[in-house]
Structure formats: C-alpha cells, structure tokens
Ligand binder design. Sequence first.
Ligand code: ADP
Length: 242
Amino acid sequence: MKSDIKLIDGSGKRLDGRTPDELRKIKIEAGVLHRAEGSCYLEWGNNKVIAAVYGPREAIPRHTQNPLRAIVNARYNMAAFSVDDRKRPGPDRRSREISKVISEALEKVVIMEQFPRASIDVNIEVLDAEAGTRCAGLTAAGVALADAGIPMIDIPVACAAGKIEGQIVLDLGKEEDNFGAADLPVAISPRTGEILLLQMDGHLTLDEFNKALDLAISGCYTVSELQKKALLSKYESIMEVK
Ligand code: ADP
C-alpha cells in the first residue's frame, strides 16, 4: 500500500524510534493459567497474547486420531476488541490459515510418536493486535508447550523481518506492516536451525529475501533467550519456595 507516511527519518530511525535491526519490547511470563497444563502470557510491542496448552489427551472426534503419533491442534483467535474496528468474533479465513501454519510448525518440534492417538491442543488468544501476532502467538505457544512438559526437540520461536522504504528491517510495527513493501514472518527451531514456518507478504528481490531471512533468524535467536529466561524464572521461583 502506498502512503505519504515517512517510515524512516533522516537519521535512519523508524516511526517508534527503533533502528533497522531493533526488536520491539518483549515481555514473556510462563505458567499464568492454573487450569491449563502449560501457559504463557506474552507482550510484543503493543501485541498481547495468551497461549494455553491442554493435553496430550485422547483426540476427539476419534477419526482425527493417528494410531502412530499425536496431532497438534493449534487454534489462533483474535479477540473482537483486539483491533481498532471491532472484529467479528469467531474463526475466519485468516485465523484458520494462521492456526494451520502454527500447528504444522509445532508438529515439527513436538516428539509426536510418544503420544499415539492423542491430541495436544494449543489455544492462542490475541487480546491486543498490532502487527506480528502470528510470531507472537507461536513464540508464546513454544513457552506454553515447554511449561506443559510436552517433550520437544526444541522450543520453537518466531520473528519477522520486512522491507520499508527500500530498507530491510526487523520486526515490523503496525504502520510499517500497513504501508511497507514486504513482511516475512519466520519460525525456527533454534537448536537445529530448521525453519518451521516461512511466509511472505509483498515483494522482495532474492538478495533482499536472503537479507530479511538472516535478520528474522537473528531476531528469533534473541527472542529464544527471552523464552528460556521466562521458563527459568518460573521454575527458579518454585524451587526457592520449596
Ligand atoms: P500478523 O498479525 O501475524 O502480522 P497480518 O499481517 O495478517 O498478521 O495482520 C497484521 C495486523 O493487521 C494484525 O496484527 C492486526 O493488527 C491487523 N489485523 C488483522 N486482522 C484484522 C481485522 N480483521 N481487523 C482489523 N485489524 C486486523
């Protein structure tokens, strides 16, 4: 979308004062819901997201069961009050797409063979949305799965990079997402480096794509450290109480 909004000023700073390779502020808290097996509350800029994990439990309806392994059933939902114009409640094409790509990403890290016929349900509720909610949701889901003690090869993490005013930048904000040229959300398994999710909205040359991918992956590694810190601080405080 074209606009007259200047997304980068003369000194190279973005609308919210960030440099091109700077993330928005991120806050992660593990284990916030007592009825869920595992949970996470995450703030990423002005995004606010909760992830709750239930299971492994018998997959219902039974025809969805796989006799050899579990299924991961992620459900991404944006609250009606999470955006400027009240969003019509309930699933739509966008939330179905995001639920599908997040489920597929999580299935690549969960050790699925340990739970034949089971379903691991991951509810992702977006309470406040301001660009980058699929990355925030997947990152919260990774912490919630770890908090639930679900065996995984790694804690999945996501971050986006994009292009605004001809420049590749990390973690697009709302205006950057609306008026920028491209957005590239990426999720990885930090230990193996495997890409779990890669989507692109807009246009990039091959060079720009490679640069944006590298930048998004470096953002993933930074966020991954915050995920580990959130989990450590929950379990450290439990050990101190004991
Ligand atoms: P992501 O949130 O992963 O960046 P999109 O690129 O689809 O996903 O959406 C970008 C942003 O647009 C969202 O974070 C949200 O702020 C806004 N948005 C998405 N869907 C709606 C909607 N139905 N109504 C109003 N705003 C929306």
